[in-house]
Ligand binder design. Structure first.
Ligand SMILES: Nc1ncnc2c1ncn2[C@@H]1O[C@H](COP(=O)(O)OP(=O)(O)O)[C@@H](O)[C@H]1O
Ligand SMILES: [Mg+2]
Length: 279
């Protein structure tokens, strides 16, 4: 569960001050498929970057399972990104000299996963995103939609708690974009990872389990209804935990203990070190 409270961020360039977030409050439940909608300049990227520990807020709080990620030191933030988060970007951001397989395997290698397991997990996820047989292609030999499938596989192969996707369909034609949304939604149901994605495309919004609208750095509307209270089940049938058992036994219960070797150092470990309860 992610608790965001009173987030403020202003960009300062020379004499200019550009307020990007002006008091954002939002709770995100485990397993949600949440869209952040809003016109260009409304603060979507800023919000996702702060959630992803890529950028710092000026004030406010972001708690991942009660751990304040903004207060972790840089090394711990890097560990947190590596072990807990998957990213999908508008422009795919694959490494051009690496094959599809290597792009996906890369993050597992960084985590120190042994070679047999890297092989198995990478091939499995590439199959699941529909890229069987294309493992050895470099990005230049893949279509935009296929490249974004590689990026989704790369984000998911780590089995992250949260996938952050900033306008993942903006560089794709609408049919291909819709395919990517369907894929992300299917993987959200199957793996139970929480997805937070931004968009200004109404087609994409249709797939959201919940939709919040940003305008000038503030949440102006949340659908359906208001931000759900903790413990409430949003939208039965739209969230992976609604009566459905995720395949890999990875349903991310609040306070779940990370698997040894998979999430060696994240909020739980940080909490243990801080002397808090490890639930
Ligand atoms: N690095 C930056 N320096 C200065 N202003 C920025 C920077 N990044 C974003 N902004 C400004 O902050 C506001 C929010 O931007 P952004 O979060 O990128 O919105 P969105 O992703 O919804 O288009 C905009 O007014 C934008 O011009
Ligand atoms: Mg943006």
């Amino acid at each position: 569960m992610i608790e965001i409270s009173n987030l403020h961020k202003t960009y300062r360039t020379g004499e200019n001050e550009v307020p990007a977030l002006r008091g954002v409050d939002l709770n995100i439940e485990e397993g949600e498929f949440l869209a952040v909608a809003g016109p260009s300049g409304s603060g979507k990227t800023t919000l996702l970057n702060i959630l992803g520990c890529i950028d710092m807020a000026d004030s406010g709080e972001v708690l991942y399972d009660d751990v304040s990620v903004m207060r972790l030191d840089r090394d711990r933030q890097a560990d947190f990104r590596r072990d807990y988060l998957g990213f999908v970007f508008q422009s795919f951001n694959l490494i051009p000299v690496l094959t599809a397989f290597e792009n996906v395997a890369f993050s597992l290698n960084l985590m120190g996963v042994d070679e047999d397991e890297v092989q198995e997990r990478t091939m499995t996820i590439l199959r699941e995103v529909g890229l069987e047989g294309m493992e050895n292609r470099r990005p230049s030999r893949l279509s935009g939609g296929q490249q974004q499938r590689v990026a989704v596989a790369r984000a998911l192969v780590k089995n992250p708690k949260i996938v952050l996707a900033d306008e993942p369909t903006a560089n794709l034609d609408s049919g291909t974009g819709e395919d990517i949304l369907k894929l992300m939604k299917a993987m959200n149901g199957k793996m139970g990872s929480t997805f937070v994605f931004s968009t200004h495309d109404p087609m994409v919004m249709d797939y959201a389990g919940r939709l919040i609208h940003l305008h000038d750095g503030r949440i102006v509307k949340a659908e359906p209804g208001e931000t759900p209270n903790a413990g409430e089940t949003p939208n039965a049938g739209e969230t992976p935990n609604a009566g459905e058992t995720p395949k890999r036994g990875e349903a991310p219960n609040a306070g779940e203990t990370p698997k040894p070797g998979e999430r060696a150092e994240g909020p739980s470990a940080a909490r243990r070190r801080a002397g808090g309860s490890s639930v």
